[in-house]
Design a protein. Structure first.
Length: 311
């Protein structure tokens, strides 16, 4: 099966009350863990690549890894650029085989965000590629995204209709309380998503696919393993999974997950290296990390996203 866009995925997800998992990939083991889990559960999938991942692993290597996953797993897969910083990066991915791109103009003012998004949309649509944009700003740190809590902004519902209409964008990432990275909240702070904002946005742009970034739950199981094997992740806190499941039942069609994969991979590697200091074969510790990634993705698909058996 060739790569697909997210158009049909999102239509089915919206109507079916579930969300598609958008999992960030950086190397072969992460691609394998994600796609094996989704393949066994017959779940549609979005594999996404950040600017940082392209710099680390090389665009061509990542595309070829995803193409290999398509051969091994008979499920619909979209290849998506996560947080494209500018037109040039989006164009490179569009021309280089991606089926979906995100242009992140959320740090600009409203009119400038419309301008940069529209430019990407016009080029992408001419090539059969779909576009995600963002209104509002999430706090947190992830790759090249670094937004302080003071600069974070909830999405304003009264802006969404104009933005979607003027840009022609295919999906919209909104800010309702999620955050990038593993340290999403201060100790003692209760995580809370603004479902009132989500509901109002859904009314203003009915049947339009909404995206949640920064939606890792930061598994305390893996945090504990990392802590017990030489790591330092005290106070790492994520988004409660019941809140994400509630979002997936509504207009949210795509939920981004990255930090949970990093934690799972790191926990596996640290555990092997700590318990067996003589280990030096990368296959020995990477396969444990890969198994952890697979377990996380399977859990998310079944218990959070609700998209198992939907491919």
């Amino acid at each position: 099966m060739p790569l697909v866009t997210t158009t049909e995925m999102f239509k089915k997800a919206y109507e079916g009350g579930y969300a598609i998992g958008a999992f960030n990939v950086n190397n072969m083991e992460i691609v394998q863990g994600i796609t094996e889990a989704a393949g066994e559960l017959n779940a549609p999938l979005i594999l996404q690549v950040s600017k940082g991942a392209r710099a680390y692993a090389n665009h061509t290597y990542l595309v070829k890894l995803v193409e290999a996953a398509l051969i091994e797993n008979d499920i619909p897969i979209a290849l998506h650029l996560d947080h494209g910083p500018d037109f040039a990066t989006c164009k490179s991915c569009i021309d280089g085989g991606f089926t979906s791109v995100m242009i992140d103009g959320s740090h600009y003012d409203f009119e400038k965000n419309i301008e940069v998004t529209k430019e990407v949309v016009e080029y992408a649509h001419s090539k059969g590629v779909v576009v995600e944009a963002e209104l509002g700003q999430l706090a947190g740190i992830e790759d090249d995204v670094n937004v302080s809590a003071d600069d974070a902004q909830y999405t304003q519902p009264d802006q969404v209709e104009e933005f979607v209409d003027k840009t022609g964008v295919d999906s919209l990432a909104i800010a309702i309380g999620t955050s990038h990275g593993a340290f999403k909240f201060k100790p003692g702070q209760k995580p809370q998503l603004r479902f009132d904002i989500l509901d109002e946005i859904s009314k203003r742009i009915p049947n339009f696919p909404i995206v949640l970034h920064g939606a890792s739950s930061v598994s305390q199981e893996y945090v504990k393993i990392i802590q017990e094997h030489g790591g330092n992740l005290a106070d790492a806190i994520g988004i409660p999974e019941d809140m994400l499941r509630q979002a997936a039942r509504s207009a949210v069609c795509k939920i981004n997950i990255d930090s949970d994969l990093r934690l799972a991979m790191t926990a596996g590697i640290r555990e092997v290296m700590w318990t067996n200091p003589a280990a030096f074969d990368p296959r020995e510790y990477l396969k444990v990390g890969r198994a952890n990634v697979k377990a996380v993705v399977a859990h998310k698909i079944k218990e959070v996203l609700g998209c198992d058996g939907k491919a």
